[in-house]
Each structure stands twice: as structure tokens, then as C-alpha cells.
Design a binder for this molecule. Structure first.
Ligand code: NAD
Ligand code: DAU
Length: 348
């Protein structure tokens, strides 16, 4: 029986990955390690919380003694590492928190994994889930490939880039089998409403302004979160050691065009007159160091592992909106309290 440690499993992408592994692989024992920061939410996993092959461990990846102790106790043979501070705007106001969790936390996990298995690496794997932001920004043309040089611009992307380097260094120095994937912007159910799509859905529901940074012409490559989880499953099982796989949606949108589409779909679903939600669009101060454009060349994972996205953006967005409309209590519990403070500070 495989014993897999998934970190950050109470967060957005992590919860989809945990659910998929618990349901699809009853023969694996899945351990979800998460310290439940503002972004971690066990409500994301109520459907599988009692599964016999699932265990939740509440703990901090930066706490060396604790992490060592759980590796010794459970003897995980694989790690799928997603725990991170993940929001670029927060990295601008609190960069040290990102260095601690994303760099030190990753190193602590690598170190405990190394101390447990020493040279006995047969059948073991450390899978590091990373981001396309490590490559910096593109101009109007071109795509990020697995060979694009790292050139991060925000404290978030610099911390993720650093963690990627440490994973590679442990592979080269200690022979630890690893694989890394760098993915583009995800969207879907259970995403914390600090990120563009859920924040705007919530604001439209409540007739609040939609704060578009700068001129709104920044471009992102959007991928439905379930398709990312499918890609992680493939890379984990079939990816080649020491390789990187870029994952993206073949789906570039300028922010303002995406927001117009979102407004259109929201008007239809809320039964509002066409054009109502778009009136909430408000241009605000730009994000410092804002990367102009991300776009992934996902041909390697497509050709080598046979992966491709399963839904179009219009379909994925419609499913996402439906989920938020059907799960208003999930959102309401989040947007009270601490969130309000964050929101007022960020968008004052
Ligand atoms: P998220 O912020 O929704 O979730 C992060 C999770 O990690 C939360 O459950 C949180 O409680 C947990 N966590 C944070 N610090 C921790 C610590 N010190 N110890 C234990 N747990 C801790 O993030 P997400 O959007 O789901 O992203 C998951 C991973 O995927 C991250 O590594 C991120 O860099 C990467 N990624 C995200 C995207 C995206 O579009 N969201 C795209 C590409 C890659
Ligand atoms: O590319 C992958 C990355 O995508 C992940 O590694 C990050 O964890 C994830 O947060 C995401 O980063 P972005 O900064 O691209 O996502 P965000 O949703 O914050 O912003 C998307 C775009 O929308 C970006 O150009 C900034 C803009 N934006 C965002 C917010 C929150 C606005 O115009 N207004 C907003 O209020």
C-alpha cells in the first residue's frame, strides 16, 4: 500500500487533489497535512473526511521537529507538496511569510524525506507543485516552455522559484527522486475569494465594485482546477524523474475580456438585465510589479503523458459560477471576520 503525504490539502487545488486520490485509489493511504491558515478549509473535504484511506494531520510544514516526527511515524513513500502561501498581493505586503512557508517549509519537508529514506529511494517520489510565475513575464508573444529561464518578479514567485531550486538540489545532491510541475492560473470550486474569479463572483452577487488593476490588459492562461488535478495524477504516476512538466489551459484571456464574459454569464444566471454586472467594473491602482502576460506551452505533458484539458473556458466558468451560487454559505462563512479586514486594506 502506498502512503502518500499531500500537503496543503485543505486549500483550493489541494482539496481537489486529495479528493481525487482518495476516491480513485482506495489502495493508497492518503495523509493530508495542512495547518489551516486563512486559506485552508476542511469544509472543502466533508465528502471524503470519513473515508477509510484518508487521514488529516494538522501541522505546519515549517516546524522541523513535528515534520520529522510524522515522517518517522507514518513512513510516507511519496509526497505531493502543495502547501504554500499563494496570493501575489499578500506577498507584496508580507514577503517574509512567503519566504518562510514556501522556501523553508519546502526545505523542511525535503530534509525529513531525505532523513527517513537516506539512500533507499526505490519506489519513492517527491512531487513539487509549482507555478508558471517562476518564469517571470512574457511580452505580447511567446510561450513558457520547460526550458524558459527562471525570472520571478514578485516575492511569491521568487519564493516558489527558490523552492523549485531546492527540490532539484536535493535530487542532484542526495539522489532523491523528484518531479516538478509548473501550472498556469487555476479556477473552479473552493477557491478563496482573494483571487480574481471568486472575488469578482462574490462582488457581483453583492453588487459591489469590481476592482480591475491598471488598464485590465494583463493576460493569464486559465485552467479548470479538476484538469490540474488530473494532470497532477498523471505526472505523479507517469512523469519521469527529474523532469519538469508545464501545465496550462491553452486558454489565454486579457483580464478585461474575462471579466466581461464573467459579467455576462452572471447576468444570465442571476436573471439580471444584460449589462448590469459590467456596470460594476472599476479601474483601480495597479499591482506593483504586475506581470504582463503568462502563457504556457503544455505540449510536453500533452505529447508525453496524453493530458489535455477536459472543458472549454466557457463550460468551466459556468460550472464554477454554479458552484458558488449553490454554495453561498461556504462563501458567507469566509467573507465575514478576517476577510473583511484584508479586503478593506487591499482595496481601500
Ligand atoms: P491555497 O492558498 O488555496 O491553499 C494553500 C494551502 O496550504 C492552505 O490549505 C493552507 O492552509 C496550507 N498551508 C499554508 N501554509 C502552510 C504551512 N506552513 N503548513 C501547512 N499548510 C500550510 O493555494 P492553491 O491556490 O490551492 O495553491 C496550491 C499550490 O499550487 C501552491 O503551491 C501554489 O503555489 C500552486 N499553484 C497555484 C496556482 C493557482 O492558480 N492557484 C497555479 C499554479 C500553482
Ligand atoms: O499563474 C499561476 C498563479 O496564478 C498562481 O501561482 C498563484 O497562486 C495564483 O494566485 C495566480 O496568480 P495571479 O496573480 O495571476 O492571480 P490573481 O487571481 O490574483 O490575479 C489574476 C489577474 O487579475 C492578475 O493580472 C491580477 C488581476 N486582478 C486580480 C485581483 C485579485 C485584478 O485586476 N483585480 C483583483 O482584484
Amino acid at each position: 500500500m502506498k502512503k502518500i503525504l499531500i500537503t496543503g490539502g485543505a486549500g483550493f487545488i489541494g482539496s481537489h487533489v486529495v479528493r481525487m486520490f482518495v476516491n480513485k485509489y482506495p489502495e493508497y493511504q492518503i495523509y493530508n497535512l495542512d495547518n489551516l491558515t486563512y486559506a485552508g478549509n476542511l469544509e472543502n473535504l466533508t465528502d471524503i473526511e470519513n473515508a477509510s484511506n484518508y487521514t488529516f494531520l494538522k501541522g505546519d510544514i515549517t516546524e522541523e521537529e513535528y515534520i520529522d516526527s510524522i515522517f518517522l511515524k507514518y513512513k510516507f513513500d511519496s509526497v505531493i507538496h502543495l502547501a504554500a502561501e499563494s496570493h501575489v498581493d499578500r506577498s507584496i505586503t508580507d514577503p517574509l511569510a512567503f519566504a518562510k512557508t514556501n522556501i523553508l517549509g519546502t526545505m523542511v519537508l525535503l530534509n525529513s524525506f531525505k532523513n527517513l529514506w537516506k539512500n533507499d529511494w526505490e519506489g519513492k517520489r517527491f512531487y513539487h507543485v509549482s507555478t508558471d510565475e517562476v518564469y517571470g513575464t512574457l511580452g505580447e508573444t511567446g510561450l513558457f516552455t520547460e526550458n524558459t529561464s527562471y525570472d520571478p518578479n514578485s516575492p511569491y514567485s521568487a519564493s516558489k522559484a527558490s523552492s523549485d531550486h531546492f527540490v532539484r538540489a536535493y535530487g542532484e545532491t542526495y539522489g532523491m527522486p523528484f518531479v516538478i510541475s509548473n501550472c498556469s492560473n487555476n479556477y473552479g470550486a473552493n477557491q478563496f475569494p482573494e483571487k480574481l474569479i471568486p472575488l469578482f463572483i462574490n462582488n457581483i452577487i453583492h453588487n459591489k465594485a469590481l476592482p480591475v488593476y491598471g488598464d485590465g490588459k494583463y493576460t493569464r492562461d486559465w485552467l479548470y482546477v479538476v484538469d490540474h488535478a488530473n494532470a497532477i495524477d498523471l505526472v505523479f504516476h507517469k512523469g519521469i524523474d527529474k523532469e519538469t512538466y508545464n501545465i496550462g489551459g491553452f486558454n489565454e484571456w486579457q483580464n478585461i475580456d474575462l471579466i466581461q464574459l464573467l459579467c455576462k454569464q452572471m447576468d444570465e444566471k442571476l436573471g439580471r438585465k444584460k449589462g448590469t454586472s459590467a456596470q460594476l467594473i472599476t479601474y483601480v491602482k495597479d499591482r506593483p510589479g504586475h506581470d504582463l502576460r503568462y502563457a504556457i506551452d503544455a505540449s510536453k505533458i500533452h505529447k508525453e503523458l496524453g493530458w489535455k484539458p477536459s472543458v472549454t473556458f466557457e463550460q468551466g466558468l459556468a460550472k464554477t459560477i454554479d458552484w458558488y451560487l449553490e454554495n453561498k454559505e461556504w462563501m458567507e462563512r469566509i467573507v465575514s471576520g478576517e476577510y473583511e479586514k484584508y479586503y478593506n486594506k487591499q482595496y481601500q
